[in-house]
Each structure stands twice: as C-alpha cells, then as structure tokens.
Design a binder for this molecule. Structure first.
Ligand SMILES: Cc1cc2nc3c(=O)[nH]c(=O)nc-3n(C[C@H](O)[C@H](O)[C@H](O)COP(=O)(O)OP(=O)(O)OC[C@H]3O[C@@H](n4cnc5c(N)ncnc54)[C@H](O)[C@@H]3O)c2cc1C
Length: 468
C-alpha cells in the first residue's frame, strides 16, 4: 500500500498560487460536501478541496502532488454508487464543478468537445438546438468526466451503447503532470494501442480527464412507449429475451419486479399492478415504423402471457407512462425514510438473465431479506436494491450482494455492469479477472508509480467495507 504525506500549509499556498484564491478550500462545509458519494460507503473527508478551471492547472496540481506523495481524487458531482469518488486516503479532492464549458460543437460530424464537469442533462439541453443528443443516460445529472471515468451506462444503453461507445477522443492529465491526448475525432481508429478505452472506466486511477470529444446522435423524430405486466418474473424476463431476439431494436427495455411496483403504487399511487412489469421505448425516423414495431411487441407480450399491455406514440402520454420508472429510485428512498440503500449492480449475457433473476428471488425467500429489483433488462443488467438500518440488516445485504455477484460471474457475467468497482467491488476483481488483474496493476504502476490517483479503488488495498 503506498504511503502518503499530509496536506501542509505550504502545499495550500502552492495550490493557491496555481489556482488563485477562492479555488482552494479547507472550510468544513466544503470538506463535508466532498466526503461521500451516493453509495452506502462511509464518508472520509479530504484535507483540501480544489476547483481547477483549466487543463494546465489540473496537470500542474498532479505534478506537485506526485512530487509530494499526496493523493488526488477527482470528483464530478458525487452521484457514484460504489464509493468511487470518496477520498479514502484524504489528500486533495479535485472538483470539476468549474470546468463545465462546451468547447466546440462539431454539428456536421455529430460530435461535441466538452470540459469534464458538464452534466449530461445540461449538455443535452444545449445540444437540442442542433437536433442532436449524447445518449448515455445514468438517471442522475452526472458529469461527462464522471460518466467516462465510471463507464456509466443506463436506460438507453441497449440501443446506443455505454459511455465507452460514445467517446472518440480525450485529453488526459497524467500523475507526472504530462497532458496527453488519446483517440482522435475519426469514428474509425486503428492507430496503435487503444489508450482512449484504457482511461475510460479507470475511475480516475490512471489519469484525470480534462476534455472529451463525444459522439452524438440525431434526436429521434418519433418515439413510442409500451408497458406490460406479467404473471411471473420468469415470463417477464423471458419476454426480454424474446424482444431482443425478435430483431426489434428497443431504445430502452427495463424491468421492475412486483415488490417494486407494489411499493410505487402504495407510496405514490402510481398506476401499476402488483406484477413484474416491463417498460419499453422505441425510436424511429417514421411513425409507421413505430406502429408496426408496437404491434409486434404486443404480439410477443401476448404470446408470453402478459396480463396487460399499454402503449402510445404520443409524447405526453409516453412521459406519463415512463414517470414511474424514471422516479422509481427517488420514490423508493422517500418511502423508506429511516433506511439507507445498498444498491447491487451485476450483468450477465442476456440468455443467462432469467437464471440470474430466479436466483435473486430464491435468495430473497431463503434469507428473508427485503429487496427490490430494477434492471436494465435489455442489457442483462440488474440492480437489487436493499434498504437497511443497523449492522445486522447491512450484513445481510452485504452477504446477499456477494452471493449475487458470484452467481453473475458463474453465469459468464460481471461484478459491475455500470457503477464501476470503486470500494465495494474490489474484492471480486481477482475472481473476475484472474491474472488479468496483475496486468491492470502493472499498468497502474507504470502510469502512477506513487499511487496518488484515487487510491483505495479497484484494487483491494484496505478493508474499507463498512456501514455508515
Ligand atoms: C439516482 C441514481 C441513478 C443512477 N443510475 C445510474 C444508471 O442508470 N447507470 C449508471 O451507469 N449509473 C447510474 N448512477 C451512478 C452515477 O450517476 C454514475 O456512476 C456516474 O457516472 C457518476 O458521475 P459523477 O459525475 O457523479 O461522478 P462522481 O461520482 O463524482 O465520480 C465517479 C468517478 O469518476 C471519477 N472522476 C470524476 N471526474 C473525473 C475526471 N474528470 N477525470 C477522471 N476521473 C474522474 C471519480 O474519481 C470517481 O472515481 C446513478 C446514480 C444515482 C444517484
């Protein structure tokens, strides 16, 4: 484990010389605000928070911190769900709150170059005037830097891919203070090692993203939505596989289990029945294509024994139908005011999805544990959400989560589909990667020999898995 030095008054003076007054803070409120993300992992305060506004400032700070052996943890807006941006070894917390510019829109190339701190929702609001959008959608208004660092995905990944599929080029500041670019603006790239995708998903442990050129797609002319309820989770999940296998190209294909629909109905009167429910969305350039697609989906759902099927091509109605899915997390948190949430995230090949979901149901019964299932089912990705209070409930959630992760690995899947490794998934990396993890360690040591970049993440370093 690397050893680090504390942040000293001299270092604060040097940081202020690089950034200017007002961009360096040790105020209690700033420290507390950056001590914890949205996960269940406990808070660890940084020693100082800094707000760079330019790439060269980021590089200069890294060079200084590297020379002094002081850790640096990048921070987007802290919506991570695996403790990815918690500064577990203290040091400098580098917030991208003031690097939110759109550098250039390359509308003719369907691309945009941005600073890393811009929220993807804010970016899409600006891009609407060009009729374009950046498709990955992790629900929260996560920053582009945080999304690329975690390889965030979300609801529309089934059609448009994850963050890694929607980036072409990045500028990255290395631990030694070099500023490099990786990738190019060409959509086809075959020039040597793929450094672009080495940094994507590296959770700020290999370098700090200071600029990114993203791929955009035209805002679809027509969208439709469909919601279908099923008698059993098995029939709902098998429908997911059938829809994927039909050649239909859903833009979203989401599953909510019966426990969750019941909670949504009871908590907020959401118009859902207490049965496993699929939410689907389709995008097309022509309305007729959508209508033909909806007919086909209805046929598939009927054949699979759907209890109900609702669909629409009207945009107001579509938003109403989708409201329950979009607000499901907030409604769940509101309806358990005394609980903290532990959110599991695993993914498997689509054919193994029914077996994975059946296993979670079995565990729920055997372990007498309250949990809700909500999944990006079209990608074989499930989140099992455990409300807990106190150590006993936390331990049950932790152990159940572990069993689900091992099952996903056994089924040829992954310990994390989209939330990243952060703190909680580090212990599963040897199972998932075997000797490949040693190659990852060698890469880390080459790019960050002093281990200053977001220490305590991805690789098991300290036993940091404990309840808040
Ligand atoms: C309600 C809710 C729903 C969510 N739904 C989804 C979902 O559907 N799909 C999904 O994928 N995620 C989801 N998430 C998780 C979260 O939004 C993503 O992990 C997101 O990528 C985090 O972005 P952020 O800007 O908040 O980054 P942070 O949480 O601040 O940081 C995330 C990681 O990125 C690093 N980082 C930040 N900026 C940089 C940079 N410039 N350079 C290098 N590293 C950097 C941090 O060090 C950290 O390791 C959800 C979260 C919430 C709260």
């Amino acid at each position: 484990m690397p050893t680090f030095n504390p942040v000293t008054p001299e270092l604060i003076t040097q940081l202020t010389a690089i950034l200017g007054a007002g961009s360096v803070s040790t105020a209690r409120a700033d420290i507390d605000l950056h001590a914890k993300d949205q996960s269940q992992h406990h808070a660890v305060p940084p020693e100082v928070v800094v707000w760079p506004t330019a790439a060269q400032q980021v590089a200069d700070i890294l060079k200084l911190a590297n020379e002094l052996h002081v850790p640096v943890t990048p921070w987007g807006v802290g919506t991570g769900l695996e403790g990815n941006s918690i500064p577990v070894r203290g040091g400098i917390l580098m917030s991208f709150e003031r690097m939110t510019n759109i550098v250039q829109v390359h509308a003719d190339d369907f691309q945009v170059t941005v600073q890393p701190g811009i929220g993807h929702k804010d970016l899409n609001a600006q891009l609407a005037r060009y009729g374009l959008f950046f498709p990955p959608d992790p629900g929260a208004n996560a920053t582009v830097g945080g999304m690329l660092a975690n390889n965030a995905a979300g609801i529309r990944t089934v059609k448009y891919g994850a963050s890694k599929d929607n980036v072409l080029k990045m500028q990255v500041a290395l631990a030694d203070g070099r500023l490099i670019h990786v990738g190019s603006r060409s959509v086809k790239q075959s020039a040597g090692y793929d450094l672009l995708h080495l940094f994507v998903g590296s959770e700020g442990t290999l370098g700090v993203i200071t600029e990114a050129t993203l791929k955009l797609v035209p805002i679809p002319q027509f969208m439709s939505a469909a919601i279908a309820a099923f008698p059993t989770i098995k029939s709902a999940v098998e429908t997911v596989v059938a829809v994927r296998g039909s050649g239909l190209d859903p833009a979203a294909l989401e599953l909510i289990d019966a426990t969750h629909t019941k909670m949504l109905r009871e908590a907020e009167g959401v118009d859902l029945v207490d049965h496993p429910t699929l939410f689907m969305e389709f995008h097309a350039a022509q309305e007729a294509t959508l209508e033909a697609g909806l007919e086909m989906v209805k046929e598939i759902c009927d054949e699979m024994g759907a209890l109900s099927f609702r669909s629409t091509t009207d945009s107001t109605e579509r938003k109403k139908l989708w409201h329950a899915r979009h607000a499901s997390y907030e409604i769940m948190v509101r309806s358990h005011p005394d609980k903290t949430f532990f959110i599991n995230d695993v993914a498997v090949p689509i054919s193994a999805y029914p077996e994975l979901i059946a296993y979670v149901e079995q565990l729920r019964d055997e372990r007498h544990i309250t949990c809700y299932m909500i999944g990006h089912a079209g990608d074989g990705n499930i989140h099992v959400e455990f409300p807990f209070q106190g150590e006993a409930e936390y331990q049950n959630a932790l152990e159940t989560n572990g069993l689900i992760v091992l099952k996903a690995l056994e089924l040829g899947g992954t310990a994390t589909g989209e939330h990243g490794v952060g703190i909680g998934k580090a212990k599963y990396m040897p199972n998932e990667h075997g000797d490949g993890l040693n190659v990852m360690k060698s890469i880390k040591e080459t790019l960050d020999p002093n281990g200053i970049l977001n220490p305590g993440k991805i690789f098991i370093e300290t036993e940091h898995e404990s309840v808040e």
